[in-house]
Design a protein around this ligand. Structure first.
Ligand code: ADP
Ligand code: MG
Length: 271
């Protein structure tokens, strides 16, 4: 069995008595790509906030590379090798992709990472290698504000990878992207998963279908509802009920489309 890069035990996070996460258990193998889905309010963003140290557990423990993260600040945890991609791209718009990546490569991870890294950190990459990875060599020297939304997302993913994180956390990377950009984002994440451990949170079921090669985790009311491969999860009556419940009770907007995708028969063929 693979070594675990991340282990979460009996995690509860209370906000004024409301349990956003409730006795949650989770683990991720080193090198694994895991997709996490779940209806609005399930606790997905809080889950990432806990791993990055932005929020501390009310109860329970989070271990990253075997180390209990409790005493460490958000900054220290980033230096230990946890990289997070937020939903909105955070790139320097008045700089070029090349300049953005140069900045990211030169940012010092600090002595902290060298002190605490047990396994060798993911290899640092060159700027030109990163430009290739994110598919932007031809736009390397134009101002980033001229990039499409998707290209900005890829640039930010490139800037994260430049920091050589061991674990990449990606929150809803395809919101607002075109179909073609969505597919290319999937390809990018799959290629990064060859050399990183990755957690992707996503609503778009077609996208989940594209990237979920292994386990998918479904969160509901702050706990893990079920885990399995995409087909099993998609046809799990509990998952269908949770998504339908959301349709009836709360949401009429974005989730409807997702529920449609969730209930569709699985196409063997993907284009
Ligand atoms: P998701 O990302 O799955 O939509 P969140 O993790 O954002 O869910 O939120 C889970 C629940 O916790 C929601 O009901 C939300 O309102 C609540 N919550 C999240 N952050 C806070 C906070 N800082 N204070 C109070 N309640 C919060
Ligand atoms: Mg969220």
């Amino acid at each position: 069995m693979n070594e675990k890069i991340l282990t979460i035990e009996n995690l509860t996070v209370s906000f004024d008595g409301f349990k956003a996460l409730n006795n949650l258990n989770f683990s991720l193998d080193t090198g694994e790509l895991r997709v996490i889905i779940g209806p609005n309010g399930a606790g997905k963003t809080t889950f990432l906030d806990i791993i990055t140290g932005k929020t501390k557990p009310t109860e329970g423990k989070v271990f990253f590379k075997g180390r209990n993260l409790r005493p460490y600040s958000e900054h220290q945890i980033a230096q230990m090798g946890v990289g997070r991609k937020f939903q909105t791209p955070r790139v320097y718009l008045n700089l070029t992709p090349r300049e953005n990546l140069e900045l990211a490569c030169n940012r010092n991870k600090g002595v902290f990472s060298t002190l605490f890294v047990k396994t060798p950190p993911a290899e640092r990459r060159t700027v030109s290698g990163l430009l290739e990875t994110i598919g932007l060599p031809h736009k390397a020297d134009m101002k980033a504000n001229l990039l499409s939304h998707g290209e900005k997302q890829w640039l930010e993913i490139g800037m994260l990878v430049a920091q050589a994180p061991d674990l990449l956390l990606v929150d809803e990377p395809v919101a607002g992207l075109t179909d073609e950009e969505t597919e290319r984002t999937g390809e990018l994440l799959l290629s990064l998963a060859e050399s990183h451990s990755v957690i992707v949170i996503e609503h778009d079921m077609e996208f989940v279908r594209q990237i979920a090669q292994g386990q998918v985790t479904v969160l509901h009311q702050g706990s893990v509802l079920c885990e399995g491969n995409f087909d099993d999860v998609q046809s799990d009556p509990r998952v269908i009920e949770v998504y339908l419940g959301q349709e009836i009770d709360h949401d009429e907007d974005a989730s409807l489309e997702n529920i449609g995708g969730l209930l569709e028969p699985v196409n063997a063929e993907m284009n």
